[in-house]
Design a protein around this ligand. Structure first.
Ligand code: 3HC
Length: 317
């Protein structure tokens, strides 16, 4: 008598977690829990929105760059950010959300973007400080995300991180030039920019772990490999040393090396400011969204023409 071999039913959720625990990638066609898909759409869309809205603060200085050389570098950087946004929108689309849906959710205030882009850029030193601190914080976060369990996100990060390194270096170079070869007024300009951007840059890593909604589950799913607080600490430890090379003072009187911890101790972040900005009450929130939604509306005719053209090509081919 032949016994039919019955393969034990494997719970897809167990297989999913086994793939993650084996350090394999989850791909778009793989089974995944709805909650995994949902949190990835949330995070990747927010990341993409941040890249695109992040173009506005720096674009403000392209026409006012001090030299053609600096203008060309800043233009290249802003164009890179647009490309980062497109990679990430494409990664989010593999999860079943459309580009239009993501735009509508952003413009309706139902999708977030990074709080950091809601601050004004008041001087050329802001361009250097954004490159040094904001792109520096972004790299700290994105190097970790290269190991995210979701394949398209992880691969997008590998490509983006290569370009982010250039972004951080060009910012540091602007500041070094101003600090080492600039006038006293230019050195004061740099210090003023660092005073304004230091704390908002620390907020980029998200709330303290104890207040984080998603960290525990995101780490179990290996989307997030390092917690908000640990990444923030990594960034602080690296950046304090760089500030000494620049000769700038970081605006935190509590910043001091703690030999026992092997890290820098630092002061309390103003979480009221953070949540006010996240909730839409930052200095530039309204303008950023108005510009973004306005550009989307102004570009509707281009999207319609491109879609009409590709539909016609499909019909005649
Ligand atoms: N700005 C806006 N919202 C933020 C935020 C910030 N800086 N930090 C956290 N939040 C939100 C979260 O989105 C979440 O709200 P939600 O549930 O409505 O989405 C809530 O605060 C609680 O935060 P959690 O820590 O629980 O959320 P996450 O686990 O998602 O961690 C994160 C937050 C570390 C920012 C994570 O989402 C992440 O790594 N995102 C991808 C990287 C990214 O977006 N980087 C910033 C901008 S990209 C950039 O800087 C471009 C560069 O070229 C300049």
């Amino acid at each position: 008598m032949t016994t039919t071999q019955t393969r034990p039913e494997v719970d897809p959720a167990d297989l999913f977690q086994a793939i993650i625990d084996a350090e394999q990638k989850i791909e778009p066609h793989d089974w995944m829990p709805d909650a995994y898909r949902k949190t990835l759409i949330r995070q990747i869309a927010q990341h993409a929105h941040s890249e695109v809205i992040g173009m506005q603060p720096e674009a403000n200085w392209i026409s006012r760059a001090p030299t053609l050389h600096r203008k060309a570098i800043l233009m290249a950087k802003v164009q890179d950010e647009a490309g980062h946004g497109l990679y990430l929108y494409a990664a989010a689309e593999t999860l079943g959300i459309t580009r239009d849906e993501m735009m509508e959710l952003l413009h309706a205030g139902k999708h977030k973007y990074s709080s950091i882009f809601n601050y004004p850029t008041l001087s050329w030193a802001d361009m250097g400080t954004i490159g040094w601190l904001v792109d520096g914080a972004a790299i700290t976060n994105q190097v970790m995300l290269q190991r995210a369990s979701y394949g398209p996100y992880s691969r997008a990060m590998v490509r983006i991180c290569k370009e982010e390194s250039f972004h951080q270096r060009q910012g540091f170079d602007i500041l070094l030039t101003m600090m080492m070869g600039g006038s006293e007024a230019q050195r004061e300009m740099v210090q003023d920019a660092v005073n304004r951007w230091w704390w908002p840059s620390l907020m980029m890593f998200g709330p303290n772990d104890s207040e984080s909604t998603h960290t525990e589950q995101s780490m179990a799913w290996k989307i997030k490999r390092v917690s908000n607080d640990d990444l923030r600490q990594q960034f602080i430890d690296m950046t304090v040393e760089q500030s000494k090379v620049l000769g700038v003072t970081l605006p935190d009187p509590d910043l001091r090396w703690n030999e026992e911890r092997g890290h820098y101790d630092f002061g309390e972040i103003d979480w009221d400011e953070f949540w006010a900005v996240v909730k839409g009450n930052g200095p530039m929130n309204r303008e950023r969204i108005e510009n973004k939604a306005g550009a989307w509306d102004d570009g509707a005719w281009v999207r319609e023409a491109a879609l009409a053209h590709s539909a016609k090509k499909r019909r005649v081919s």
